[in-house]
Ligand binder design. Sequence first.
Ligand code: SAT
Ligand code: MN
Length: 619
Amino acid sequence: MHDPLVRSAIFTCSFSTWKVREDSKLWTSCSSLMQFIEEAINLCTPEEVQFCDGSEEEYQHLCERLVKKGTFIPLDSVKRPGSYLCRSDPSDVARVEECTFICSRLQEDAGPTNNWKDPEEMKVLLLKLFAGCMQGRTLYVVPFCMGSLGSSFSLVGVEITDSPYVVCSMHIMTRMGISALQHIQSNFIPCLHSVGKPLQPGEKDVLWPCNQEHRYIVHFPEERSIWSFGSGYGGNALLGKKSMALRIASVLAKEQGWLAEHMLLIGITNPEGKKKYFAGAFPSQCGKTNLALLCPSLPGWKVECVGDDIAWIRKGKDGCLYAVNPESGFFGVAPGTSYASNKYAMQTISHDTIFTNVALTQDHDVWWEGLTKTPPIGLIDWKGGAYHTGQPAAHPNARFTVKVEQCPILDTHFKDPEGIPLSGILFGGRRASMVPLVYEAFSWSHGVLIGACLSSETTSAAAGHVGKVRHDPFAMLPFCGYHMGDYFAHWLRMGHDSQTMPPIFCVNWFRKDGEGNFLWPGFGDNIRVLKWIFERTEERGPAVSSPIGYLPAPGSLDLTGLSIAEDELFALTLSEWQQEIRECREYFALFGEKMPKELLQELDHLEKRIYESSSTASK
Ligand code: SAT
Ligand code: MN
């Protein structure tokens, strides 16, 4: 039936031979899957093939294999049971945006914010790189489902990878294995991944194989396929996440009338027991996981987590928006996380967690900057050498990978296939000045403008310069799989025909004073802002109109117990805003004809409001 190569590979399948596998029919019944596997084997020429069933034994077996190899260091079985430390190659520590491509047939469909190359040319290049790239390695076939199993909204993918670290991570981050395979039918998104380091006969492998010279994370939106070469880290390699659930899903969402967004999802319950759900878009490393796992400093308020990174949002029959988190794990930033800042995150990662690029303590536990005030004695840094003061102990983009089920405040509706109803949408970036702590959009289209104008300081989630303010519309700059102008139009369209859209808010936890100190304590105190937002959606929260939107009326933000100058948090320097608007207009010019006129008009209205208020102020 199959090419002899496939058959021989199947028979060398590492832990149970194909003949005795109970699930063999499930695999072979999907001919497009068999074809994908066969082509990958022929192209990448692995030594072995392993069909992953997603079982606990399989996960344990892979972890043991990684421990034997030295890639995983088991952590203390009492302090951190079931957990491992993994150190990546120092050249492979974050997403690489300059190597990420959207290869639509037409360049204008990828738009000016994405790297593009003709798909045919890209395929030629990739085929050369992938030829023989898995020599001496095992090819793992990983069926996975993004979204609840069996939900009509879920998407199934199959990642073929030569990285056991990726397989273990996919185990945590997705519903993976036989359960996903059962939902494939003939429709799945093929994802081909290689670390890009073939092994010559007799060559000893390194602990974290990767290819520093050639790195490509490539998306073919029309073909709906993903090819990733050269990196084994995070979003570059766990292809269900940014590549499928955002870049490819955003293309599907535009075609089918829904939204695939870089958003956290939380439920908030007030002291009277009323619960509402909110979505929030923030660029990478701007506190999404902390907000999603917030431990409120105000008595009587409760936050529950639905997701910390990605939301798929659809309109329900009632015209309201409903959201699901397609992931089943957190891939969270470790540095800065502590019992003081995020108790629930610490509880979540107290066991059965993979830590990547954190420091190792003498007693085989983990450490990172911010975990405790001072580093413990005898620390080993993320590169495996003795820690020296002044050098980072953990890499700033060090991560924990952990199942959402371990989260003590996981929302009970987390798995609801129809999703949770949204009462509000938040946009936020990391802005040292200008943007107030919170304000509310006047309308859906004004809110879309706020999303489109979102800028943030760059962080170490992506390789490159840190701390430079850049436009990051809807926090989707690195993740939108098509033309950003079309994306703005899609957002406007979602809100056109109904009054049922939730209100949109903008938040900024990161404003600083003249001396560079944060003005807002953040973390658990963010509940104070969420309380105002919650109450606004009840039409109870008092607000005042300002040129940029509704601000909390003086005294309406609950600052009980804090000594904070409210004025500074909300100060509007109109000249700064005028400058910002000029900047945004210049940025929007990038999108040419595809820039929706409606948004440009919203920008004009904003400018006019600011101009009028500054001229009144100066009278
Ligand atoms: O893309 S990653 O998953 O590596 C992390 C992020 O940027 O959110
Ligand atoms: Mn993210």
